[in-house]
Design a protein around this ligand. Sequence first.
Ligand SMILES: Cc1cc2nc3c(=O)[nH]c(=O)nc-3n(C[C@H](O)[C@H](O)[C@H](O)COP(=O)(O)OP(=O)(O)OC[C@H]3O[C@@H](n4cnc5c(N)ncnc54)[C@H](O)[C@@H]3O)c2cc1C
Length: 381
Amino acid sequence: MSLLPTDQQLALRERVRHFAQSEVAPRISEVTETERFPRDLYQRCGELGFWRLNVPPENGGEGGGLTEACIVMEELARVSPALSLSVEIGIVSLPMLLTTGAARYAEAVMSGDLVIAAGSTDPKGQNNSAEWDIFAREEGDDYLLNGTRLFVTNAQECDLFSVSGLDESRRMRKFYVPVREVEGVTIKPAHGKYGMAGSGSGTIKLTNCRIPKGLSATFAIGTSAYYYYVYCLCAAEALGCMQGAFDLTIERVKSRRSNFTPLAELQAIAHKVSRLALRIEMARSLVYDAATMYDAALADGSTEALEAWSLKAEAAKVCVSEIANDVTTACVVLHGGLGYHDRRIHHFAGDALCYRIMDMTNEIHLDNVARTLGLLQGAGA
Ligand SMILES: Cc1cc2nc3c(=O)[nH]c(=O)nc-3n(C[C@H](O)[C@H](O)[C@H](O)COP(=O)(O)OP(=O)(O)OC[C@H]3O[C@@H](n4cnc5c(N)ncnc54)[C@H](O)[C@@H]3O)c2cc1C
């Protein structure tokens, strides 16, 4: 297995970087002010094939791997962590969607014509589904859905809502709700978030919302390879986010002077910046080590390798998100008062915090790791 990126991966990185810098960067203030992503940019992501990358060719995709998806996440987050997060929802939703009657929406999701949102955070909490109320009741050939999901990324633009909830047998199911075709959907935008201003998030409430049973499937929450795949994407976003803050910081320390000397010529500053660069590189190794190993294990069909891989994905999610918090905060401080006042730099620190919380909090991930070490086996753990 080569550790060097392939020519296709290098070309993909260039393509995403060019799009992010030339088409996304000029519109960041519009995104921040409206707290949502312009629909046309979303459609451009479809034209550029971001949602097709990981989908098998027989379903209209390009059959790429986790490495390719991480490249897209990293390069988008480097300019806009919020857009990267919005795009992630489509990437992670497609595999399960394709196994249900909702597969008829897949082409529209991949082309960017249809925005998908995913809800799994119940008002009682995301990680304690045993405490959730029944969400879906059977009525003939339909399910009748009742319940609320919080903090839903893409809620404001959402056309298709992929929502997790309990059926009457208390089995976890995924339901695909075409929100513009059914009654009983209320979307309340979230305002004033700590970061991720453009992710168009909100609360989605379903009241006696009726969907055909074919738009649903059972699934198990937790520790399948799919979930570790998602955690790795989260780490790639955290990587891009800190790289974006670092790019601005390099420019700033070269141009800002203290006593007629550029900050970059002061050893205390140069060492601080160099340490940040090394921590970013360490984070990059964690992300792409996990991604290439996943792709190789999948290509070999090795379930043992995939099991061993889970610890790498946990390392990527937990460690890279924590490094991103440290690095982005340090970058704000290196900008001095400007760092605190200029959204162009400090949004990266606010955005970075979310990687410790989203896709299950780091505390829950540490519980998973502890269990693989034979810890936390006692009652109540
Ligand atoms: C930017 C962003 C985007 C998001 N997008 C979505 C989305 O698209 N869809 C969606 O459904 N949700 C989304 N979320 C919500 C997110 O997934 C949840 O908020 C997150 O998983 C935490 O769940 P919670 O809010 O219920 O935390 P709580 O359960 O309220 O946790 C509170 C604190 O207690 C800790 N804690 C909880 N249980 C334990 C335990 N057993 N042991 C130790 N510590 C524990 C947690 O780690 C946390 O620090 C998003 C969140 C953010 C920040």
